[in-house]
Each structure stands twice: as C-alpha cells, then as structure tokens.
Design a protein around this ligand. Structure first.
Ligand code: ADP
Length: 450
C-alpha cells in the first residue's frame, strides 16, 4: 500500500500530484533545487528535501540523489511527473531495485517506446498503422536518401531519440536532402547525443490526435478518449482540446482500439498516450507513445470527470482500473492553453523576471488553473518557462471557447512578458473557431495571428 509518495519533479505538475495524494490521504515529499527552495511545491508537500544545484542536471535529473532522498524519508513510491526522469528506464529500474514503487510503466515498456525507430518496428508488427517511412538500423546517407526518393517528397527527417520537436527537418526536394540530413543530425547530437534518423513521408495537412490510455497490472486496458493537439509552434503544443472536433464515434473507437493495441504490444501498465497523425481522408498513423502522464491530461479529466493521478496511484498499488471501457463516457468540451513566460513579438524567446502581479481567473466548475508559482515568485532561466495551464470546460465547443477567451481576458500578469495576448488572439481566430485544425495552423494563419 502506498502511504507516502516522493514527487521527483517541480512546478505545476508537482503541485498537481500533491493535490491528489492529499485527497487520497497519502503523505507527500517534495524535492527541490537551490533555485526552488521557496517554491510552491515545497510548501505544499508534507516534507521536503534539498537535492542539489539549480541546473536540472545537478538536481532533478540526478537519479541517485532522488533515490537516496526517497530512502532517507522512507517513501513507498515515486511519482516522476513529466519530463526530467519520467521516461528514464534506468531510473524506473533503480526504484524497483530499492523497493520503491515507480508510478509509471515497467522499465521495458519505457525502453520499447524510447526510440522512435524501435517503437515503429514494434507497432508495425502489432499491426498498428504507421506513416510510410524508413525506420531501419542501416544509417548510411545513400540508404536514407534512397528511402526518401522511393517514397517521394516531401519527407520528414526525425531523430530516433527525438522529443520536443528537436532533430526534425522537412525535405521538399531531392537536392535538399543532404543538407537537411546534416542539419537534423547536428541538432540530434546536440540535443540527445544520438543521431540515428528516421525518414517519413511528410503529411502536409494532418491533425495531431492522441489517445489517453490506461492499463492495470491485471491485464485490463481502456482508452479515455482523445485530445486534439494540432495547434503547435515548432512542433510544440500551444492549445489542446478534448474531444477532437468532428471525430465520429466509429473513428474514435477504431483509433482508441489501435491505441490500446499499441499499449498491449509492449505489456503496458499505467497512464500512457498514443499519438497519431490524422489525415483529412480519415486515415491515421501511429507517431509515438509517451510513457507518462502528459502535460495536457487535464482536458481529459474535465470531459470524463476522472482524476488520472488517482488512477495512476491505484494502478501502481496493484489495484484494477477504477473503470472499464463500457463505464467510461465524456461530456462537453475542454480546452487547455499553456501560459508561458515568453515573448511572442521576439520569436517567442523565453522571458525571465519576477511575477510582480499574478492574478489568474477565479477557479470554479468551468475554470481550472494548474500552476506552480505564486505572486512574487521568479521565472528563472533554469527550467521550462511555463507559468500555468489554463483549463476550461463547458457543455459544447463554442461555449468552452468563449470561456477560454473570457478567462484569458481576466488573467493578469506583470513583471514578466507572457504569451497571454497571443493565446487570446488565437482563441479569437475565425479558423480556430471553425475548428479547421491542422498541425501547421499557426504557420498558415500567421498573418492573422501576429
Ligand atoms: P517529438 O517527439 O519531437 O514531439 P513527434 O514525432 O511527436 O516529435 O512529432 C511532433 C510533431 O511533428 C507532430 O505533432 C506533427 O505536428 C509533426 N509531425 C511528425 N511527423 C510528421 C509527419 N510524418 N508528417 C507531418 N507532420 C509530422
């Protein structure tokens, strides 16, 4: 039985996990770096322990320090949040070796999905549809180029170890292949220390639709419907919503079952997200599986009424899933807008400074604000500059969108430059209102958005 959880993370997700743990009567331990000694997650937890310097590599990424902290304070389980060590199989293994429950999937499932190319090979044999492409081990330029020439341009080069949109390059014609490959490899080495590449057919107008799945250790699995995360900037999500507009029940069922098949192919346990590209003709293709709780999980919680962190804890305890597929349903529509300290007028450069004024909209049944900061806190250079996630719900998409606009209008921050105005412009855009969602939405409508 889990009685005490250490949260190996910071910011809003650490606070989010603490909230549910508290509700379940579970004690919590926060870990913190030098820069975070006065952070909200530290004051919210029952206990807190310092784990090192401000840079993540000196604290939140140091597995040994976190394991030692967990042992010292006698915790039963570690929740990794997202980012940092959440998809690190060695860390999950180290937890098990020290008799600590890792609130996440088994290490082998993390490893299976850790490489985009290995993941695609597994999915291909499980019969999950893939974007046509080359996912092989042979990496000579002539092999990769031959694959591109054969599938026809445009193609997308992707780092097998990639994440966060890094190490990706579009190639529109054969002459550009060589230079794009060199650039993608350079970025992949710099970001991941690994330059193994995939070549994929580049879909020009797809949507990003992902399914929330959940499996327990007794063999049950469900999907908690989908999220549309098409609105992205440099392949990073900006506004997410659930359900995906226009998704019919048949397609939802087909894609949800494919997502579960993907999870079952790697004996998955816990919360996971299977990301697909959905083409205009209704064909869909497996892109990758994230083996953790996703940033945008609240939109799923808003439409289903389920607490996904509570589900994670129950599953980690070895209990069955709280609900099976036929017991699950959703209602209404939810949006999440990511409030960032960044400057949309200066190429979205991350901003830092002190939050002299921090006045989020009032929370109620329709509005939820997940944050890890308080007025007077600083946004530093050390971590992801997300200030909060603004989540709204209403009975249909139009009403929810109107709520999003109103909530953004009453979100006031001073002292740090934010993207709130940009998000408001986006939420007021006609094509967005009409749900003409494609992954290149922001690029396509830039004249109206900037
Ligand atoms: P990362 O792990 O770096 O986020 P993903 O493989 O998840 O990379 O892709 C991120 C985004 O890139 C997708 O949401 C989509 O917008 C775009 N993308 C990925 N693959 C393709 C493709 N084959 N064709 C068109 N767009 C793609």
């Amino acid at each position: 039985m889990i009685r005490k959880i250490l949260i190996a993370n910071r910011g809003e997700i650490a606070c989010r996990v603490i909230k549910t743990a508290r509700k379940l009567g579970i004690l919590t331990v926060a870990v913190y770096s030098d820069a975070d000694s006065h952070a909200l997650h530290v004051s919210m937890a029952d206990e807190a322990i310092h784990i090192g310097g401000s840079a993540s590599k000196d604290s939140y990424l140091v597995a040994d320090r976190i394991i030692n902290a967990a042992k010292k304070l006698n915790v039963d389980a570690i929740h990794p949040g997202y980012g940092f060590l959440s998809e690190n199989a060695a860390f999950a293994t180290a937890c098990a070796d020290n008799n600590i429950i890792f609130i996440g999937p088994p290490p082998a499932a993390i490893t299976a999905m850790g490489s985009k190319s290995a993941a695609k090979q597994i999915m291909a044999s499980a019969g999950v549809p893939l974007v046509p492409g080359y996912h092989g081990d042979e990496q000579a330029e002539r092999v990769l180029k031959a694959a591109a020439d054969e599938m026809g341009y445009p193609v997308l080069l992707k780092a097998a170890a990639g994440g966060g949109g890094k190490g990706m390059r579009q190639v529109w014609k054969a002459e550009d292949f060589s230079a794009a490959l060199a650039a993608a490899k350079r970025e992949a080495i710099a970001s991941f220390g690994d330059d193994v590449m995939l070549v994929e057919k580049y879909l020009t107008q797809p949507r990003h639709v992902e399914f929330q799945i959940f499996c327990d250790s007794l063999g049950n699995g469900v999907y908690l419907f989908e999220r549309d995360c098409s609105v992205q900037r440099r392949h990073q999500k900006v506004i997410e919503e659930a359900p995906a507009p226009g998704m019919g029940d048949n397609l939802r069922k087909t894609m949800g079952e494919a997502a579960l098949k993907a999870a079952q192919a790697i004996n998955y346990v816990g919360a996971g997200t299977v990301e697909f590209l959905l083409d205009r003709d209704g064909s869909f293709y497996f892109m990758e599986m994230n083996t953790r709780l996703q940033v945008e999980h609240p939109v799923t919680e808003m439409i289903t009424g389920e607490d996904l962190v509570a589900w994670q804890i129950q599953v980690a305890n070895g209990e069955p899933l709280p609900k099976l597929q036929d017991d699950l349903s959703y209602s209404g529509h939810a949006f999440e807008a990511r409030i960032y300290a960044e400057d949309p007028e200066n190429d979205f450069l991350p901003a830092t400074g002190k939050l002299n004024l921090l006045q989020p909209p009032a929370e109620n049944r329709h509005v939820r604000v997940d944050t890890g900061v308080l007025e007077g806190d600083s946004v530093s250079v050390y971590y992801d500059p997300m200030i909060a996630k603004l989540v709204v719900w209403d009975t249909d998409r139009d009403k929810a969108l109107a709520r999003l606009r109103r909530a953004l209008r009453s979100y006031h921050i001073d002292g740090v430059t934010t993207n709130i105005e940009f998000l408001y412009t986006l939420a007021s855009n006609r094509a967005f209102h009409e749900a003409k969602l494609i992954t290149t939405f922001i690029e396509k409508h830039q004249d109206e958005l900037f």
